[in-house]
Design a binder for this molecule. Sequence first.
Ligand code: IPM
Ligand code: MN
Length: 367
Amino acid sequence: MKITVLPGDGIGPEVTAEAVRVLRAVAANHGHRFEFVERPIGGVAIKQTGSPLPPLTLDTCLASDAVLLGAVGAPEYDSLPTNLRPEAGLLLLRRALGGFANLRPAISYDSIAEKSPLRSEIASGADILIVRELLGGLYFGEPRGFFGSNGDSAARNTLSYSVVEIERVARVAFEAARKRRRKVTSVDKANVLETSQLWRQTVSRVALDYPEVTLEHLYVDACAMHLITTPLRFDVILTENLFGDILSDEAAAITGSLGMLPSASIGGAVSLYEPVHGSAPDIAGRAVANPFGAIASAAMMLRYSARLEREADEIEEAIRVVLKAGYRTPDIASGKSRYVAKTSEIGQLVCDAVDELAEMRHAYHAV
Ligand code: IPM
Ligand code: MN
């Protein structure tokens, strides 16, 4: 498998390095060949080439089997126009790769459940999959921009969705729910927005093809509240681009840290894997970044792009093992942590756990 690695800005390089380390360990244990090519994106790409998504970066991604991204964004670019900022590179890349369904699992791990601001009887056991529509809505709608008499006395963005865009992401959510607890919560603002009314109708129609899956509709404001009061009621949450962006950060808080969440953008020509957290410039370069989200994104890459289900399970199990053993980055540390580890130490510990799991499996098959 040819993997393009886009470390990006802030803590991106630190966390992707650990994800790559774990992928190398898995490859060695199971005799797979993963080739890694690194390219710039975001702020570092602007610095090197003037563009947040240089043509060589995009071409390399399009010619690979999967893309692993760290994060983009740096405060020094905050004053640039939207289309020249680091984030523009990511949005162009998402659109070019075509992954319209962004899967964001939010799992409450028992060993760090006390890091959630929610009481453990509320949050413990939460296991939510957010399916966020990634290529439509306000992020990409035209017309957009500043206008008015002085060119900046007003601004506008456009929210539009087609039936086709809604249908295809809804199918991904129902297919996922089928293999989980068979419930889809579709989130919209149908009491106010026409796009949401179309969303609701279309999702209801797709649901007819999945009689074994229960569908409920929830307004986004109510969903924001239910996530905090009763996270256990959710299995799969299906929603549009901006709602999904907001609700996934909220869901991350339930698990204890934004650093834990992975994501996969699937359905396009090449799938894109990235932790949900951002570039976190305030902690960059200090070896304190949480690499679990990036490592779990690598597991999703093996599951969805390489169809290596067993190896993906192994990485996810290794994450649990390391957490259970008490190793923590500062964002998930507490009185119970045995050891507050550096980013690279966590990566190495996950590799050790992955090695051990593979060894156990081989020994089991040998008898
Ligand atoms: C995310 C991020 C991005 C988004 C930004 C960096 C453009 O917040 O992946 O959730 O809004 O989609
Ligand atoms: Mn976000």
